[in-house]
Write a protein of this length. Structure first.
Length: 250
């Protein structure tokens, strides 16, 4: 049976809006998350550039390998905005078999975020092995008229494995403006699990002589809200929203 936990936190893989660390335990799983956005003082009606940062840690209470994260669904407040017009695009095919350094060198002007991921892998007949990779987010090509983010990472221990994920960002009506769905591929053939993620997102650029920002926001109601739903291989689901206050720029 699936376990559903309503909580006041959402880990954002693409955009985070947290300020205070959160500690959540459900069954054998412990999730610790923190994050933030800057600046916190924003216009009430116009949109202004902002940057996001987030990090999360997953571990099992009994010290075993935690369940694998399989899917992430994140919804973003209507007071947030994504701008990609004039921003260079990186094609997923440019990143295949690339190391993190090679990926960043191939599409430097399309980078919209950087971070790090860590995982634990249990090879056949061996004990747990830790592995990690630099994480890079690129502005990707539109898919069904939707903007996309290309996530790139590469682990090398105990085996080499490239991750190149195309993540569509869908425009929505209602309380939330955007939705991103990330289907997390199996790590080491299903023998691994994500244990850490950190990411910083933001990009300033110029288009047609005007300054642009990949991410921007306003403070129309003094709150920025994010909703997340995280599904794990053992059936655990962490689902909830987080509200973070902002101040109106005078």
């Amino acid at each position: 049976m699936k376990r559903l936990l309503g909580i006041g936190v959402a880990i954002c893989v693409l955009l985070a809006a947290g300020a205070d660390a959160a500690f959540i335990r459900t069954g054998n799983l412990i999730l610790t998350a923190d994050g933030g956005f800057n600046p916190r003082t924003l216009p009430q009606r116009a949109f202004a550039p902002i940057d996001f940062e987030a990090h999360a840690d997953l571990r099992a209470v009994n010290g075993s390998v935690p369940p694998a994260l399989q899917r992430v669904i994140v919804d973003f407040d209507r007071d947030g905005r994504l701008t990609t017009a004039g921003l260079p695009v990186c094609q997923p095919t440019q990143l295949e078999e690339a190391t993190p350094a090679e990926a960043r060198a191939r599409c430097p002007r399309a980078i919209v975020g950087k971070g790090r991921v860590e995982a634990v892998v249990v090879p056949d007949g061996l004990g747990p092995v830790s592995t990690s990779s630099a994480l890079t987010l690129f502005n990707g090509p539109r898919l069904d008229r939707k903007p996309t983010v290309i996530l790139h990472a590469r682990t090398t221990s105990p085996m080499a494995q490239n991750f190149v994920l195309t993540i569509p960002i869908a425009r929505r009506a209602g309380e939330f403006r955007y939705r991103a769905v990330v289907d997390v591929p199996p790590i080491a053939g299903g023998r691994g699990a994500l244990t850490h993620l950190d990411v910083d997102i933001g990009r300033r650029y110029r288009y047609r002589g005007s300054p642009r920002s990949y991410t921007s926001a306003r403070c129309s109601d003094h709150v920025l809200r994010t909703h997340g739903r995280f599904t794990f291989a053992d059936g655990t689901i962490i689902d909830g929203s987080v509200d973070k206050g902002c101040s109106v720029r005078r």
